[in-house]
Design a protein around this ligand. Structure first.
Ligand SMILES: NC(=O)c1ccc[n+]([C@@H]2O[C@H](COP(=O)([O-])OP(=O)(O)OC[C@H]3O[C@@H](n4cnc5c(N)ncnc54)[C@H](OP(=O)(O)O)[C@@H]3O)[C@@H](O)[C@H]2O)c1
Length: 348
């Protein structure tokens, strides 16, 4: 491989144009070198922006995987097509990084896990929240100070954004993927939660659809039991009437507690903690303001290293990990159908 790592972008929609391209252009070794999109004119526009020659704009998805000059494929397709991309990657021995959620449902997601674990071809899910520096701060600096972790409350709620550009995409309006916006954005929240506290064993939840435009249930109120025995609540939804966007994660320990708050009203995401086993022995509050990193840049640096070393062991977000995030959403949806009965989170 030359110093430059050539990659093809497939699915040149909003996130490819607005976020992947400008972020990747900050990483000198990574070179956008080919593109594919269902509507070809959009791929041609993307190619012009990215400096990709027009003869490297393909007519089919498969051509991106066949091209011997391409070192990896970056896929941003509607999630129901992720399994197709994985199959092509393995067939053509081409490393693949693709956007979350892992798949449209657990059957597809299970197949992706199985296929990826049988091949040496690196396959990574672009779940950028896994790279948040807040995760390390919580795990390594703060949680060791608050005794045994016993419980949590996780809240990510906000108003309905009727002007969101993402709302206007056809595959989101008529979702083939389970949970619609609950899985689209919910997997990010669940990546953060599980990176900090570990995997979820079971879920009791109630979901509801508040907005017709969501195409599926769009709010979730639930209780989780983690594999560690920790219990907590998880509340998620951006479909409410006017309200402040509020995102906070409180972790309770036997010797204190910590609150990670990344609500937009704060100037910076902040972890605040206090120690002591009772109110009368409570310490003063300490705060850590976080200069958060660009997590999209971090995930592409991760995949650059994977491709350079041709070593799938360096993949930070494996299909198995991303399966778990989607499986929690699936368990919540199933629990809601059973009026909140506890449902075990599936294992692939
Ligand atoms: N990490 C994050 O924070 C984040 C944020 C946003 C999105 N994402 C992920 O990025 C991916 C793309 O999302 P997006 O918001 O960019 O959506 P988008 O703008 O709709 O882009 C999807 C692209 O796929 C193409 N497409 C649609 N239907 C297709 C089909 N049947 N076969 C082949 N291609 C098809 C579309 O082409 P046409 O032009 O023909 O419609 C479009 O260019 C999704 O996986 C999403 O979850 C991640």
């Amino acid at each position: 491989m030359s110093d430059k790592i050539n990659f093809a972008v497939v699915g040149t929609g909003i996130f490819a144009t607005d976020t992947h391209l400008p972020t990747i252009q900050k990483i000198p070794e990574l070179n956008p070198a080919a593109a594919y999109n269902r509507t070809k004119s959009k791929a041609e526009q993307f190619a012009t922006k990215a400096g990709i020659p027009q003869d490297k704009v393909y007519d089919t998805l498969e051509e991106a995987f066949q091209d011997k000059t391409i070192d990896f494929v970056d896929a941003l397709l509607p999630v129901q097509f992720n399994l197709d991309a994985v199959k092509l990657a393995i067939e053509h021995n081409k490393p693949l990084a693709f956007e979350k959620p892992i798949a449209a449902n657990l059957t597809q997601a299970k197949e992706i896990v199985q296929l990826s674990e049988k091949t040496e071809v690196p396959i990574m899910i672009l779940e950028n929240w896994t790279y948040l520096s807040a995760i390390d701060i919580l795990k390594n600096q703060v949680l060791p100070k608050i005794g045994e972790v016993v419980a949590f409350t996780y809240n990510a709620t906000g108003p309905f954004h009727d002007t969101s550009k993402y709302l206007a995409t056809g595959w989101r309006q008529k979702p083939e993927h389970i949970g619609g916006f609950l899985s689209d954005g919910g997997v990010h929240q669940l990546a953060l939660l599980t990176e900090v506290l570990g995997e979820v064993e079971s879920v009791s939840g109630l979901t509801k659809q508040l907005r017709e435009q969501s195409g599926a249930d769009d709010i979730l109120f639930s209780t989780f039991k983690l594999k560690s025995g920790v219990i907590g609540t998880f509340t998620y939804g951006s479909a409410f009437g006017a309200t402040d966007k509020s995102t906070s994660f409180t972790i309770f320990g036997t010797e204190g507690s910590a609150v990670y708050d990344w609500s937009p009203s704060l100037s910076k995401p902040t972890v605040t903690y206090q120690t002591g086993s009772t109110s009368s022995t409570a310490s003063a509050k300490s705060s850590i303001e976080i200069d958060e990193i660009n997590t999209i840049e971090a995930e592409f640096k991760n995949f650059r290293d994977v491709v350079k070393a041709n070593d799938k062991k360096l993949v930070k977000v494996t299909p198995r990990k991303a399966f778990h995030h989607l499986a929690i959403v699936a368990a919540a949806l199933e629990s809601s159908k059973k009026n909140g009965t506890s449902v075990n989170v599936e294992i692939p």
